[in-house]
Design a protein around this ligand. Structure first.
Ligand code: 6PG
Length: 231
C-alpha cells in the first residue's frame, strides 16, 4: 500500500490558503497542457473553507469542469447536499458555466443517479485533481468500511450506496477505481477527531481512504490538530 505524502500545516487557515493556491496552480498547468481542468469536489464540512477561499480568489472560468466525488440522496435544493454547499460557498458566483458544474443527480435515487453519472463520466479521461475528505472511521467520499469500496479492476465508475453509517443512508459515490483515474488525489483532513483514523492509515491498515491514490501524486493536507502527536 502506498501511503500519501503527509503535508501538515500549523492550522486550518494556513492549510486552506496553501491548498487554494495549489488548486489554482494545477488549473493553470492543466489548461496550459490540455486546454481544460477537471476538478472533483469533496463533500462534508471540512472543504467549505477551501471553497470560500476559491470564491475570494475568483477562481474558475469556462475551462474548468467541476465534478463531485459523492452525494447525499436528498432533494436538489437541500442545504445538506454537497452540491448545494459548494454552489453557495463558491460556484454559483463563479465564472464557471452552469454546464460545466455537474452535481450528482442524487435526488433521482441512488441507483438511477449512479447510472446517469457514470454515463456522463464515460466521456471524461483522467481527472486533474480529486479533493476528498475523510471520516473518523476512515471512510472517504461515500466509500464506507464494510461496504463496497469499488476498488476491484472491474468495479463500476459510480456506486449506489445504501445503509450508509453516516446520514443520510442513501448516497452515491464515485468508486475507488474511478477516483484513482486522476493525476492528483488530495485529501483535506482537519481536527483532532481524525487522529485515530490517520494513525490506522499510517500503520498500513486497509481503509477506504487508503485505496484511493493519484497517478502522479497523493497528498493528505492536514492541520496540526489532526496529526497524531509525536508522529
Ligand atoms: C459526505 C462526504 C464524506 C466527508 C467525510 C468527512 O458527503 O459526508 O463526502 O466523505 O468527506 O465524512 O466529513 P467532515 O469533513 O464533515 O468531517
Amino acid at each position: 500500500m502506498t501511503l500519501p505524502e503527509w503535508r501538515v500545516f500549523a492550522d486550518a487557515g494556513a492549510l486552506v490558503a496553501a491548498l487554494a493556491a495549489a488548486v489554482c496552480d494545477e488549473a493553470d498547468a492543466a489548461i496550459a497542457a490540455r486546454g481544460e481542468f477537471h476538478l472533483v469536489l469533496a463533500g462534508g464540512s471540512t472543504p467549505l473553507a477551501l471553497y470560500r477561499a476559491l470564491a475570494e480568489r475568483h477562481a474558475g472560468d469556462a475551462r474548468w469542469h467541476v465534478w463531485y466525488g459523492d452525494e447525499r440522496c436528498l432533494q436538489a435544493d437541500q442545504p445538506e447536499r454537497n452540491s448545494v454547499m459548494a454552489e453557495v460557498a463558491w460556484l454559483a458566483a463563479s465564472r464557471i458555466p452552469a454546464a460545466n458544474r455537474r452535481p450528482i443527480p442524487a435526488e433521482q435515487g441512488a441507483q438511477e443517479a449512479a447510472a446517469l453519472y457514470a454515463g456522463w463520466l464515460a466521456a471524461v479521461a483522467d481527472f486533474d485533481v480529486v479533493l476528498l475528505g475523510m471520516g473518523e472511521d476512515g471512510h472517504t467520499a461515500s466509500l464506507f468500511p464494510g461496504h463496497d469500496w469499488g476498488d476491484a479492476p472491474d468495479s463500476p465508475a459510480v456506486l449506489a450506496v445504501h445503509a450508509a453509517p453516516k446520514p443520510p443512508p442513501e448516497r452515491v459515490s464515485l468508486s475507488a477505481v474511478r477516483l484513482n483515474r486522476s493525476r492528483r488525489v488530495w485529501f483535506v483532513i482537519t481536527g483532532s477527531g481524525k487522529r485515530e483514523a490517520l494513525l490506522r492509515w499510517k500503520s498500513g491498515e486497509a481503509l477506504p481512504a487508503s485505496v484511493v491514490h493519484g497517478k502522479q501524486e497523493t497528498v493528505a493536507w492536514l492541520d496540526a490538530a489532526a496529526w497524531p502527536p509525536g508522529e
